[in-house]
Design a protein around this ligand. Structure first.
Ligand SMILES: Nc1ncnc2c1ncn2[C@@H]1O[C@H](COP(=O)(O)OP(=O)(O)OP(=O)(O)O)[C@@H](O)[C@H]1O
Length: 311
């Protein structure tokens, strides 16, 4: 349904001496040669530590960042070749919810206005019809009517995330890309929001790309999980099969170890800046070849891909 084919997104940063030090060609390779498909009705999880390129990949899939190489295909159509009406439809059908809902909600608008806004932009409805839809979505997303007149700063983090979800649903998307939708929420609120998202998936016929640092949470709700490290996919597998993870980085994530970084570890140094596997320097089982050749993502069993020389 939504496909990245050999997708790369590079940022050229000319005036930052620190970037120049780490990337002599001034280029940060945030996403490098990524191929993955979100299938119709699927919940696909994307995990990886900070700086691994998850948000950049999400933004490219949502049409917000132009790829440096490769393609994004939506129902077989190349995003770069869509005309304006096609692209507008695409932007409506593929919605991105960001981790920081505070920045996407206009602080000058009351909750009810925030919910009416996407209906004004995307649909030709009169005031009464808009109000009916707003009331219905508030009920579905458990936003009490008593909050209708509040501003975003007068809402809790969990309420703001539900408002973001409600705004997104009002434009009737087919795909929701949710970038850390649960971050900043306590355990109970995380569980409630996740449960709500899953219930609404069936009702609205949605497919989800869920992005998170939290492999445990992601694997408990997703059909498949893609693991990203330094701009590349290192493993893609069915989430029911996580115990057969092969890549040493996925194993570290599963053991809850990978986010425990050694002091001075450079998260933002990307694999393509040197030769070999980007994980070799941290890998407990690396071989000489890991420092010489970049492993490609290849099938290790049915529906299971891994980029590791040892796989
Ligand atoms: N607009 C930009 N200009 C320059 N570099 C960027 C830009 N956006 C992202 N980057 C860099 O690209 C790399 C990947 O960033 P990205 O935000 O995609 O990672 P992430 O995995 O989503 O991280 P986090 O989990 O912290 O959100 C990082 O090195 C980041 O500094």
């Amino acid at each position: 349904m939504l496909k990245a084919e050999n997708l790369s997104v590079h940022f050229v940063v000319r005036h930052n001496p620190l970037v120049r030090l780490k990337h002599p060609d001034h280029t940060i390779r945030a996403v490098s040669d990524v191929s993955i498909e979100l299938k119709n009705g699927e919940i696909l999880g994307l995990v990886g530590e900070s700086g691994s390129g998850k948000t950049t990949l999400a933004r490219a899939l949502a049409g917000l960042v132009r790829p440096s190489g490769g393609q994004v295909l939506y129902r077989g159509s190349d995003l770069q070749k869509m005309d304006a009406p096609e692209f507008k439809k695409y932007r409506r059908e593929v919605q991105l919810i960001l981790q920081d809902s505070d920045s996407t909600l206009d602080p000058r608008m009351r909750l009810v206005e925030l919910l009416e806004e996407p209906l004004k932009i995307n649909r030709h409805l009169d005031k009464a019809e808009r109000q009916d839809l707003v009331s219905a979505i508030m009920e579905k997303t458990f936003i009490p009517p008593s909050l209708a007149g509040r501003y975003p700063t007068e809402l809790s983090g969990g309420q703001r995330q539900r408002v973001s979800l409600a705004r997104t649903l009002l434009v009737r998307p087919k795909i929701i890309i949710a970038d850390e939708p649960l971050s900043g929420l306590d355990t109970i609120l995380r569980y409630q929001l996740l449960k709500l998202m899953l219930e609404l998936k069936e009702e609205y016929g949605l497919s989800y790309l869920l992005i998170s640092h939290d492999l445990q949470m992601i694997s408990s709700v997703c059909n498949r999980v893609a693991v990203m490290y330094r701009g590349k996919l290192v493993e893609v597998m069915e989430s029911g099969n996580m115990s057969s993870a092969v890549h040493p980085y996925t194993k570290m994530l599963l053991a809850g170890l990978a986010l425990e970084l050694e002091e001075g570890h450079d998260l933002h140094h990307h694999a393509e800046d040197g030769q070999g596997c980007g994980f070799a320097g941290r890998c407990p089982v690396h071989l000489p070849i890991c420092h010489q050749e970049t492993p490609s993502l290849k099938g290790v069993s049915e529906n299971h891909l891994c980029a590791c020389h040892l796989a």
